[in-house]
Design a protein around this ligand. Structure first.
Ligand code: AHM
Ligand code: MG
Length: 331
């Protein structure tokens, strides 16, 4: 029988390799793992709405059933509040960041940013959805401030996602490779299933909402035409976590460019793009906004959006070349 390594054991082993580690980051990661297990349980019940009650209505115990994205948000916040290792959180669900003011948390050195349930419009049709998170070391002293949350992605200490798919997987990196854990529901543990994930060198899959084609710039239209001429396969789930997960494992490119309706793109820099870029780069891939590295972009506000192209280096560089050539011709 293979030796099972649980997420908690893996985190502790990684911590032991670093003699200066205080265990605070390990503790935070374990709390996120716990939140992920609870969210996974709730997501798995999503199809039972007729039995457990619709969002907004009371369930059999007289509690109001929450929408899943609100529930996931509250679960993440409460697990992170308990840890004492996090002095503030920022979530895609909330307009502002939330300081954690308890005595043991307010001086903690980490902030956590997350999208609690990305792709939540897919819940009703049983398509995979996910949670995305990023951890930064705060830069301020005293009460936590906006600047702690809008640091460049290169400052991420750790990032990861949980995909609630045919199985639930947690994939994360602390800057020492990308590691994937699959939830074994029978023992309630994330077990190491994908150690040191490397994105394949070559890819043949492109992933974009091609229905937006008429709203793309000419350079992106030209790149999409090129993908079709190359007979690349088109795969688009419409759930970033699942599309990026496939890209990480099978290779290819995922992109959400600017459109006439969304000139800044749709996806959020600090909640979605930075953590996914951290993972893709750690796995040997590349992530850019078409001209610049995503993780070097300057965030001005919490909910800033950006166009994004991530995946195999070669494929991302090809789309960048299309963009460059087009701009040169346009002068
Ligand atoms: P959300 O954060 O409101 O769930 O939106 C983000 C989702 C991503 O998961 C996905 O990549 C994208 O929106 C899909 O958008 P579209 O339906 O425009 O293709
Ligand atoms: Mg989202």
């Amino acid at each position: 029988m293979h030796k099972i390594i649980t997420l908690d054991e893996f985190i502790i082993q990684a911590q032991r390799k670093n003699p200066y580690s205080t265990g605070e980051l390990s503790s935070l990661l374990r709390d996120i793992g716990l939140a992920a297990k609870i969210i996974s349980r709730e997501v798995n019940k999503a199809g039972l709405v007729d039995i457990v009650g619709q969002a907004g209505q009371e369930n059999a115990s007289g509690e109001v059933v929450q929408k899943l994205d609100v529930l996931a948000d509250n679960l993440m916040i409460s697990c992170l509040q308990n840890s004492g290792e996090c002095c503030g959180i920022a979530s895609e669900e909330n307009d502002h960041f939330v300081p954690i003011n308890s005595t043991h948390s307010k001086n903690a050195k980490y902030v956590v940013l997350f999208d609690p349930l990305d792709g939540s419009s897919n819940i009703d049709v049983n398509v995979s959805i996910g949670t995305i998170f990023a951890i930064y070391r705060r830069t301020s002293t005293g009460p936590v401030q906006l600047k702690d949350f809008i640091q460049s992605g290169v400052n991420q200490v750790a990032a990861g996602y949980v995909v609630y798919g045919s199985s639930t997987m947690l994939v994360y990196s602390t800057g020492d490779g990308v590691h994937g854990f699959t939830l074994d529901p029978s023992i309630g543990e994330f077990c190491l299933s994908h150690e040191n994930i490397r994105i394949p060198e070559k890819g043949k899959i492109y992933s974009v909402n091609q229905g937006n084609y008429p709203a793309f710039d000419e350079d992106i239209k030209a790149y999409v035409n090129y993908c079709m001429e190359q007979s690349h396969s088109l795969r688009y789930i419409g759930s970033m976590v699942s599309d990026v997960h496939r890209t990480l494992i099978k290779g290819g490119i995922f992109f959400y460019p600017a459109t006439t309706k969304a000139p800044e793109g749709k996806l959020r820099l600090i909640y979605e793009c930075n953590p996914m870029s951290f993972l893709i780069e750690q796995a040997g891939g590349k992530s850019s906004n078409g001209t610049e590295r995503i993780m070097e972009l300057k965030a001005e506000k919490l909910h800033q959006r950006t166009p994004i192209f991530l995946g195999n280096k070669e494929m991302v560089e090809t789309v960048e070349a299309f963009i460059r050539e087009h701009r040169t011709v346009e002068g």
